[in-house]
Ligand binder design. Structure first.
Ligand code: XMP
Ligand code: MG
Length: 191
């Protein structure tokens, strides 16, 4: 258990984090499993292109790339979904596009969390138009009770309750990304 059951304290977030949802050790064990599964399905000699969706997936993609037992290449994309602070609308804007061409590449989208699925569904359609050989998705977290559109996600780390979570890259108003575990934000922080 990270921080002995008092997750916020060591990070200066005392009183803001209601509980630890996924400890750092549990995250790392699952990431190792996901990496082995992705590598086992990847029979192409050309390294897969990992596309990290900024900023939330940044912690995940670095741990995932290092755990992957095959070489990979890394690209970053930043998108913003219009909506309220804690829910998305599906109207997406590209803040930072890929640096390179993905034509003919085996793309693995690395996502932090699938909530409604609207952002990912838009992203898949967008990337599909660029002629990749294939696109797969690996998502660390998914909220099954929040899904509004069905997206084909081959690899999922954890299914979690429909509550707002922070840490390990996930933020609320840009805070909490630096926590090494996933925690439940105390609702008093956003109500
Ligand atoms: P949708 O609803 O489009 O949302 O699947 C995906 C994006 O919304 C953000 N998101 C969260 N961020 N805690 C967060 O810090 C959450 O519980 C949460 N749920 C959704 C996230 O950026 C994700 O990529
Ligand atoms: Mg966010």
């Amino acid at each position: 258990m990270v921080n002995g059951g008092d997750p916020g304290k060591a990070y200066g977030y005392t009183e803001e984090i209601a509980a630890t949802l996924i400890t750092s050790q549990t995250l790392q064990a699952k990431i190792a499993e996901l990496a082995v599964a992705v590598a086992a399905d990847h029979h192409n000699p050309k390294p897969p292109l990992l596309i990290c969706v900024l900023k939330g997936a940044v912690m995940f993609v670095t741990d995932f790339a290092m755990a992957l037992p095959i070489p990979s290449e890394l690209e970053f994309m930043a998108v913003s979904s219009y909506g309220s602070a804690t829910s998305s609308s599906g109207v997406v804007r590209i803040l930072k596009d890929l640096d390179g061409d993905i034509t003919g590449r085996r793309v693995v989208i690395v996502e932090d969390i699938i909530d409604s699925g609207l952002t990912l569904s838009w992203l898949l359609k967008n990337l599909q138009t660029r002629g990749p050989a294939s696109i797969e998705v690996v998502a660390l977290l998914r909220k099954p009770d929040a899904v509004k559109v069905d997206v084909d996600v081959r690899y999922v780390g954890f299914d979690i309750p429909n509550e707002f979570v922070v840490g390990y890259g996930l933020d609320y108003a840009e805070r909490y990304r630096d926590m090494p575990f996933v925690g439940l934000l105390d609702p008093k922080m956003y109500l």
